[in-house]
Design a binder for this molecule. Structure first.
Ligand code: SF4
Length: 546
C-alpha cells in the first residue's frame, strides 16, 4: 500500500498568484545575493499557473517596477495602457456621466490586464530564477511541531465518492518547510484554518467580502478600444447593495464586462450572476455587446474590509500575504500591486530569518513592521474606513469616501476606526425578495448559470467526495428554508446548490463539479455550516484570460 511521502524544502509558498510569485522571485534573488542555497517552491492547486486566477483587472505597476525595473522592455502580456476612463451612474434606461472621475478611480499609468495571462508570465519568470512550481497539488492541512507550522499536507488523489481508494490511488505528500507562506488567494482554506487555530482576527474588524462576476465578450472586428475603462454605479444593484460594474477594453476586440456585488446585503434573494444578467438589459450595456459573443465566464470573492480587517500576519513558521491576508484597496478596486508588495516584504523577512536561523513567531513578526513602514500601509491607511461607510447605503458610502479624502482616511467617524460586520449576519430572515421576475435568459445576451459555467471551462473528477462540506444538511431543509429561503441557490454563481424534491422528500443536491472556486458559499452561508475544501488537485476552472 503506497504511503505518504515526506518532502523537505526550505520555503513553500501556497498558491501561485501574483503575491506568491513576486515573493518567491524576490526571495530567490535575496538568497542568491547572500549566498544562501535554500530552496523556494510554490504549490498550486490548478492544473497550470493562472488557470484559477481571476480579477478585473486594472493593474497598477508600482510593485512590478520594484521587481522588474526594466518591465517596459519585457514584453509583459498587458492588454493596453489605460487610454480613456469614464464613470457613470446608471438608471434603468439611462446613463449619467459623473462630472469628473474622482482621484481614486483615475488610472493614469495603469494597464488593463488579464490576471490569468500576467500570472502565467510571472510564473515563467519565477521558474527562470530557480523557483520550483508544483501545479495540480492542493494544500489540505498543516504539519505542526507543537504550535509551529513546519509544513503542508497535500491531498490524496484517486479516492472515490464513497471514500474508497481507486486503482490509480496516489497518496498526498507531507511537504516540510522552514517557512510556509500562504498566498492562496481569497478565503484560502488553509488560511481559514490558521486564522481559526491562532485566533488571528482577534481585535480586528471582521473581514467583509464582495463577489466579482465577469464575462468576456468577443466583439466584431474594430469595435473595442484596448485600454478603454468605464465604471458604473446604480443599476442594477441600486442604493442598498454595495458594488458596481466595470467595462474594460482588451486586445483582439474582447470586451471585459463584470460586476462587483458586496457580500453584506440584506435580501437573501440576491444573486450576483443574475445581477450581471440584469446589467446587460441596460440599453447602453446592450449596445456595447451588440453582435458580440460570450467567450468566458468566472467569479471570485474579494476581501473588501481593508486595513482594519487585516489579521495578525504571522505565526511560528507561517505567514499570510496577498488576498489571503486581505491586502486589497476597495476604493481603488485594486489589489494585485498590494499582493505583490506583501509577498516581497514577506521575502525580505524570510531572508533575514534564514540569516538568523530563526523561524519562530517572534522572528517572523518583523513582517508586520515591514508592512507598517512601507507604502503598502500608506495606501491602505488612506482608505481604512472606505467600505464601512457603505453600511449606510450608496449615498452614505460616497459621502464617507469623499470625507475620507479630506481627513486622511478617517471619514465621518468620531473615533478613527469605523466598525464593520460579518456580511452573512446582515442577511435578514423572511425577506427574500425576487429581484429577477422579469429576467428572461435569451441565450444570446442573457444566460442562466449553467450556460455561464460552461464558459468557465470548469471540470472536476465526478467520482470523488464533494469538496463542499455542509456540516448539517437538516438545517438546509428546515431552518434555512423557513428563515432565508435557501440563499445558497442564489449566492452561488455556478448553480452548485439545488434544493430538490424526490421520493425521499426535500434535500439539498450539491452539483460540486460546477464549482468555480469563488468561495462565496463559505463566506455567505447564514449558518456558517459550509466548508469549502480543495477538490483533487488540478480540478476546477480552466481560465485562460480572465
Ligand atoms: Fe463559489 Fe461555493 Fe458556488 Fe463553488 S460552490 S462556485 S465556491 S459559491
Amino acid at each position: 500500500m503506497p504511503e505518504r511521502e515526506i518532502l523537505d524544502l526550505d520555503v513553500l509558498f501556497v498558491g501561485a498568484g501574483p503575491a506568491s510569485l513576486a515573493g518567491a522571485i524576490h526571495l530567490k534573488r535575496l538568497f542568491n545575493e547572500s549566498g544562501c542555497e535554500a530552496s523556494v517552491a510554490v504549490l498550486e492547486k490548478a492544473s497550470e499557473v493562472g488557470a484559477h486566477s481571476l480579477s478585473g483587472a486594472i493593474f497598477d505597476p508600482r510593485s512590478l517596477i520594484e521587481l522588474f525595473p526594466d518591465y517596459k522592455d519585457r514584453n509583459i502580456p498587458f492588454e493596453a495602457e489605460v487610454k480613456e476612463e469614464h464613470m457613470y451612474y446608471l438608471m434603468k434606461g439611462k446613463k449619467l456621466p459623473f462630472p469628473y472621475v474622482p482621484p481614486s478611480m483615475r488610472h493614469h499609468g495603469c494597464y488593463v490586464t488579464s490576471i490569468g495571462k500576467f500570472t502565467r508570465w510571472l510564473g515563467d519568470r519565477a521558474e527562470e530564477e530557480g523557483v520550483d512550481i508544483f501545479c495540480g497539488f492542493s494544500g489540505t492541512d498543516f504539519v505542526y511541531d507543537g504550535d509551529e507550522v513546519i509544513g503542508v499536507k497535500t491531498g490524496d488523489r484517486g479516492i472515490d465518492k464513497d471514500g474508497e481508494r481507486k486503482p490509480h490511488f496516489e497518496p498526498g505528500a507531507d511537504i516540510h518547510a522552514k517557512v510556509v507562506v500562504l498566498g492562496e488567494g481569497t478565503r484560502g482554506s488553509l488560511t481559514k484554518k490558521l486564522i481559526q487555530k491562532f485566533n488571528l482576527m482577534e481585535n480586528c474588524n471582521p473581514q467583509v467580502w464582495a463577489i466579482g462576476v465577469k464575462e468576456l465578450w468577443q466583439m466584431p472586428s474594430g469595435t473595442v478600444t484596448p485600454g478603454y475603462v468605464a465604471h458604473t454605479m446604480g443599476f442594477p444593484l441600486g442604493h442598498d447593495i454595495f458594488g458596481g460594474a466595470f467595462i474594460y477594453g482588451m486586445q483582439n476586440d474582447i470586451l471585459d464586462l463584470g460586476l462587483v456585488v458586496g457580500l453584506d446585503y440584506q435580501n437573501p434573494g440576491v444573486d450576483a450572476q443574475h445581477e450581471l444578467q440584469r446589467l446587460k438589459t441596460h440599453p447602453w450595456i446592450r449596445s456595447l455587446l451588440a453582435d458580440g459573443e460570450i467567450i468566458a465566464y468566472g467569479a471570485k470573492s474579494l476581501p473588501e474590509g481593508g486595513w482594519y480587517s487585516l489579521p495578525k500576519l504571522t505565526v511560528g513558521g507561517a505567514m499570510l500575504i496577498g488576498d489571503s491576508a486581505g491586502f486589497l484597496n476597495g476604493q481603488r478596486l485594486k489589489g494585485i500591486h498590494l499582493a505583490m508588495k506583501s509577498g516581497m516584504l514577506a521575502a525580505e523577512t524570510i531572508s533575514e530569518a534564514f540569516a538568523a536561523d530563526d523561524f519562530s513567531a517572534a522572528s517572523l513578526a518583523s513582517f508586520t513592521d515591514k508592512v507598517n513602514s512601507s507604502w503598502l500601509k500608506n495606501e491602505l491607511w488612506k482608505v481604512r474606513n472606505f467600505h464601512q461607510g457603505f453600511d449606510r447605503g450608496l449615498l452614505g458610502g460616497l459621502i464617507n469616501s469623499g470625507l475620507g479624502l479630506f481627513t486622511g482616511g478617517r471619514g465621518w467617524g468620531i473615533k478613527d476606526r469605523l466598525p464593520s460586520h460579518h456580511g452573512h449576519e446582515l442577511m435578514q430572515k423572511g425577506t427574500a425578495e425576487d429581484r429577477y421576475a422579469d429576467l428572461e435568459f435569451d441565450g444570446k445576451y442573457l444566460f442562466d448559470k449553467v450556460t455561464d459555467v460552461y464558459y468557465s471551462a470548469t471540470a472536476h473528477e465526478e467520482d470523488q467526495i464533494p469538496h463542499l462540506h455542509v456540516h448539517d444538511m437538516d438545517i438546509c431543509i428546515t431552518k434555512c428554508t423557513e428563515e432565508y429561503g435557501n440563499p445558497c441557490e442564489k449566492f452561488c454563481p455556478a448553480d452548485v446548490y439545488e434544493m430538490v424534491q424526490d421520493s425521499d422528500g426535500k434535500r439539498l443536491q450539491i452539483n460540486f463539479s460546477n464549482c468555480v472556486h469563488c468561495k462565496t458559499c463559505d463566506i455567505m452561508d447564514p449558518y456558517q455550516i459550509i466548508d469549502w475544501v480543495p477538490p483533487e488537485g488540478g480540478d476546477g476552472p480552466g481560465w485562460v484570460n480572465l
